[in-house]
Design a protein around this ligand. Structure first.
Ligand SMILES: [Zn+2]
Ligand SMILES: [Zn+2]
Length: 167
């Protein structure tokens, strides 16, 4: 068994639209490489630095994420279940005595990133109508100008009129 502890620069486009690890930022790998019967088992964890934007208030977010990985890199992926094409896509292979960790790290990390990251779980975000920051403006609201409510007001008015006419 070998250990591989190394800080490597993050490759480009490592994230989704709102959050990810900036290209070139430190990616701390703490991995174990074990020779097994049909390949090399890579396991351990990788720490990445995240930068992004809160999906509610648009504030910048910086965070760290530790991603656990455990994948088998096969010596000869083509000999494994040649009929199961779906599985083949997710297989990693030892090529020319080296293993390429990047696809594995992408699969492990990017799928775990939140699609709607928040700066805090209880971030109140921005007012949908005017964009003010809600936590700085407690009780902020707008008069409801929904036409359906005006129609209801009209109904009640009409009722009142009828009552008066009956008297
Ligand atoms: Zn926020
Ligand atoms: Zn508002």
């Amino acid at each position: 068994m070998r250990t591989w502890q190394e800080t490597v620069p993050t490759p480009s486009k490592f994230g989704n639209a709102l959050i990810g690890a900036p290209e070139g930022s430190d990616m701390g790998c703490d991995l174990r490489l074990e020779s097994v019967h049909d390949g090399i088992l890579v396991s351990g964890d990788v720490t990445i630095s995240l930068e992004g934007q809160c999906s509610r208030c648009l504030d910048p977010i910086t965070d760290q994420m530790v991603v656990e990985v455990q994948e088998l890199f096969l010596f000869d992926a083509s000999s494994e279940n040649p009929e199961e094409d779906d599985e083949a896509d997710e297989m990693y292979e030892v090529q020319d005595d080296t293993i390429d960790l990047e696809p594995m790290l992408r699969d492990a990390a990017i799928t775990k990133l939140p699609f709607q990251p928040v700066c805090r779980e209880d971030c109140e975000g921005l007012c949908a109508q005017c964009g003010v920051r809600l936590e700085e403006n407690p009780g902020h609201h707008h008069e409801v100008l929904d036409p359906r409510w005006s129609a209801l007001e009209g109904l009640f008015g009409a009722d009142d009129d009828t009552t008066r006419e009956e008297r």
